[in-house]
Design a protein around this ligand. Structure first.
Ligand SMILES: [Zn+2]
Length: 130
């Protein structure tokens, strides 16, 4: 999570590889919608952070997420974790929580599977959609 003014993120130009990565991210958003969650339209960019090593960046409450190439190399659940985490920042302005698997500032190397990640996401969703 980085606030708008601090962003140093080189967005890749659209090409086949970038398109496929973006598809993967969008699929994780669709799978949440398929769970019945009502989410706003999210702007997704793929790229590389400059001068830092983050997996993703969210523009708080602006529904924009930037996902780094490095988030794509450790498997599906790892990427899902990154996307859900950034979505909670981007949609609700949700903050980090050391005690939460999903909203910890540091993404664990071993992440939960889909069902558990969805259920944590829903917990936040319900909190912000009362
Ligand atoms: Zn974060």
């Amino acid at each position: 999570m980085i606030r708008g003014i601090d962003i140093k993120f080189k967005k890749h130009k659209m090409g086949e590889e970038v398109y496929l990565k973006k598809r993967q991210v969008l699929n994780f958003i669709y799978e949440l919608k398929n769970e019945g969650l009502r989410l706003p339209r999210i702007e997704v960019k793929i790229g590389e952070p400059k001068n830092c090593n983050v997996l993703g960046i969210a523009i708080l409450k602006e529904n924009k997420i930037y996902i780094s190439d490095s988030a794509f190399i450790s498997g599906e659940n790892f990427l899902r974790h990154t996307v859900y985490h950034e979505l909670l920042h981007a949609i609700y302005g949700c903050e980090h929580d050391k005690k939460c698997h999903l909203m910890n500032a540091y993404q664990p190397r071993i992440v939960f599977g889909k069902d558990k990640l969805v259920s944590i996401f829903k917990k936040y969703y319900n909190k912000y959609n009362k």
